[in-house]
Design a protein around this ligand. Sequence first.
Ligand SMILES: Cc1ncc(C[n+]2csc(CCOP(=O)(O)OP(=O)(O)O)c2C)c(N)n1
Ligand SMILES: [Mg+2]
Length: 277
Amino acid sequence: MNTKDLELKSIDYRKTILEIIFNSGAGHTAGSLSCIDILNVLYNKILDINPRNFNSYDRNHYIQSKGHSVEALYTVLCDKDFFSKKDLLSLNKFKSHFIGHPTKKVPGIEHNTGALGHGLSVAVGMAIGFKLDKKNHTVFTLLGDGELSEGSIWEALLSANKYSLDNLVVIIDRNRLQITGETEDVNPIEPLNDKFNAFGLSTKEVEGNSVHELSKVLSSIPFEKNKVNLIIANTVKGKGISFMENEIVWHHKVPSKEEYNLAQKELDNLKLNIKND
Ligand SMILES: Cc1ncc(C[n+]2csc(CCOP(=O)(O)OP(=O)(O)O)c2C)c(N)n1
Ligand SMILES: [Mg+2]
């Protein structure tokens, strides 16, 4: 898939994320919009995970540690034919398995997540397993930057480094906001690059809402032999919708009918601009 196709897909994904959140009346709107370009590139260019091979151990694995952005994950999995649009639209409805955090009851979900700080440890365990079994597969995991406040993240990174997990790719959605404010106000995490390098990881920084940049960096894995691959993806929370970008209130806010229509219109215009480029 070329860059333009991926860019158009990201817009369609954003439209669907808003649609299912608006339809269900709940959701982590801005965090899903910030990471959707990452999921787009992973599922359409890198992972090679699909409904045919999902039940096999012999494939790459993806764990979404920032589980609250489940609307982004469900949207991409639906596009990859893991389930129907009708199922997707059952999000948060009575008796639906499509709840507000990833659950293995939904096809395509690798692991239950949502309690921040756990997904990385699971990914580390899987990567160690592949090494022990002499399998050439890679484990990818996506973390929020606020999630880095969880101590378990740093324990997991110590282990990942000890076991030289060059088959592990840790992506940080560095949107600079968490639930109540800026990461640097709530619990400062900078200098991130220095911290990760001091932990022995091979660290790269990338424009995390650019499918082109993401494709380039994710295609260059492993960065270094015997080193964990760490990507700081600089993103914008609420990316794509002018009045949601960098606004803390959209962490868990559902758009009103007017806001929803406006947001969809902005995305339609963005799509026209890309098409006419
Ligand atoms: C262990 C745990 N504590 C608290 C929460 C509540 N919570 C949900 S999202 C969130 C903020 C996460 O911020 P960040 O990781 O930066 O995510 P993003 O900005 O990508 O939405 C918090 C504290 C949680 N899900 N798990
Ligand atoms: Mg964040």
